[in-house]
Design a protein around this ligand. Structure first.
Ligand code: F6P
Length: 327
C-alpha cells in the first residue's frame, strides 16, 4: 500500500449526471483510509488559481442524487500551456496535495496524463462524460442518464410528429461520437440515424425520407448526432427546404442540446459512479498512477491514461444495421 496523505479531487470539462455520486465515493473512500481530501473547484482553471476547499465525509452528504457537480466544472485554455501546468503544480505543492483523482472526459484525462508526465503527481481518472466515447470502459458516468433523457424527449416528439404527419430532425449531443444517437434511435424507433462515425450521403437520406413520407405516408423521426458530417440537423433541414421535391413535407427541427447534460443521475449511473470513485482511490493506494478506472463486463478494469484518449472506442456497427432493419 502506498502512503497517501492529501488527495486532490476535481471535475472538469462538460459536466455529466453522476459526477457528484463519483465525488462522494472518492471522498468517502479516502476518508475511510485516513486520507485528507481537498476539493479543487472549476477543474484545471481552479487548480491554477488555487481555488481549493477542504472536504470531509459530511461535505458530500445528500449529493448522490444531484446532477451537475458541486465542485463546478470548466474548460481551461491556460492548462493547455506548460506555464499554466507549472502554476498548477506549484499550487498543489503549496496545498501539500500528493495525489489527484480527475473526473471527466477525453480532454480532462488527456490533460491529467500530460500533467503526470511533466510533474509526476500520481493521478487516477474516472470516466465522466455523457458522450460515452472513452476507450477502457463500456459506459462512462452520465451516459445512461443522457441517453434516457434523449429517449424520453424522442417519445414526446413522436406523439406530436404522428399527430401532424411531420418529419422531425432531432439533434442529440455527440460531437465526435454517435453513442447517444444510435442507442436512442433504436430505443425510440427512429426511421433514420446519422452519426459522426459514418459519412452522410444526402442522396440516400433524401431517398429514404421520400420513401417514408410519400410512399408510406408516415410521420418520421431522423436522429442526428451533433457531430454528423453534413453539418447537423439545421444544415440538413436547410438542404431539404431548398429542394423543391420536399416542398410538401412538413418539417421541424428539434435540438435537445444541454437538456441531455442535466438532471438526476439514473440508478445505473449512480452505481457506476460509486464503484468507479471507490476504485479510483483504491487504485492509487495500490500504487497505480496515470491510469483510468473503467467498467468492462461489470468488472473494474484499469487502462493506461494514454490509451484512453489516443484509442478510439468504436460504436457497434451491428446496432447501426439493426436500426436500419427495424426502421
Ligand atoms: O463532451 C460532452 C458534450 O456534452 C458534447 O456532447 C458536446 O458537444 C459538448 O459537451 C458541449 O459542450 P459545451 O457545454 O461546452 O457547449
Amino acid at each position: 500500500m502506498v502512503a497517501l496523505q492529501r488527495l486532490g479531487i476535481f471535475t472538469s470539462g462538460g459536466d455529466a449526471p453522476g459526477m457528484n455520486a463519483c465525488l462522494r465515493a472518492v471522498v468517502r473512500t479516502a476518508v475511510s483510509n485516513d486520507i485528507e481530501v481537498v476539493g479543487i473547484r472549476r477543474g484545471y482553471a481552479g487548480m491554477i488559481d488555487g481555488d481549493f476547499v477542504e472536504m470531509d465525509g459530511r461535505s458530500v452528504s445528500n449529493i448522490l442524487h444531484m446532477g451537475g457537480t458541486i465542485l463546478k466544472s470548466a474548460r481551461s485554455d491556460r492548462f493547455r500551456t506548460a506555464e499554466g501546468r507549472l502554476e498548477a503544480q506549484r499550487q498543489l505543492k503549496e496545498a501539500e496535495i500528493d495525489a489527484l483523482v480527475a473526473i471527466g472526459g477525453d480532454g480532462t484525462l488527456q490533460g491529467a496524463s500530460i500533467f503526470y508526465e511533466e510533474h509526476k503527481i500520481p493521478v487516477v481518472g474516472c470516466p465522466g462524460t455523457i458522450d460515452n466515447d472513452l476507450f477502457g470502459t463500456d459506459d462512462t458516468i452520465g451516459y445512461d442518464t443522457a441517453l434516457n433523457t434523449a429517449l424520453e424527449n424522442i417519445d414526446r416528439i413522436r406523439d406530436t410528429a404522428d399527430a401532424h404527419n411531420r418529419l422531425f430532425l432531432v439533434e442529440v449531443m455527440g460531437r465526435d461520437s454517435g453513442f447517444i444517437a444510435l442507442h436512442c434511435a433504436i430505443g425510440g424507433g427512429a426511421e433514420l440515424v446519422l452519426i459522426p462515425e459514418t459519412l452522410t450521403d444526402m442522396k440516400s437520406v433524401k431517398d429514404k425520407i421520400k420513401s417514408l413520407m410519400f410512399s408510406q405516408s408516415r410521420s418520421s423521426i431522423v436522429v442526428v448526432a451533433e457531430g454528423e458530417d453534413f453539418g447537423g440537423a439545421s444544415r440538413i433541414a436547410e438542404e431539404l427546404q431548398n429542394d423543391s421535391s420536399f416542398a410538401s413535407i412538413d418539417l421541424r427541427v428539434s435540438i435537445l442540446g444541454h437538456t441531455q447534460r442535466g438532471g438526476a443521475p439514473s440508478a445505473r449511473d449512480r452505481v457506476l459512479a460509486s464503484r468507479l470513485g471507490c476504485a479510483a482511490v483504491e487504485s492509487l493506494l495500490e500504487g497505480h498512477s496515470n491510469i483510468m478506472v473503467g467498467m468492462i463486463n461489470d468488472e473494474i478494469k484499469i487502462t493506461p491514461m494514454r490509451n484512453v484518449w489516443s484509442r478510439k472506442k468504436n460504436i457497434d456497427y451491428e446496432l447501426l444495421r439493426l436500426s436500419e432493419v427495424l426502421s
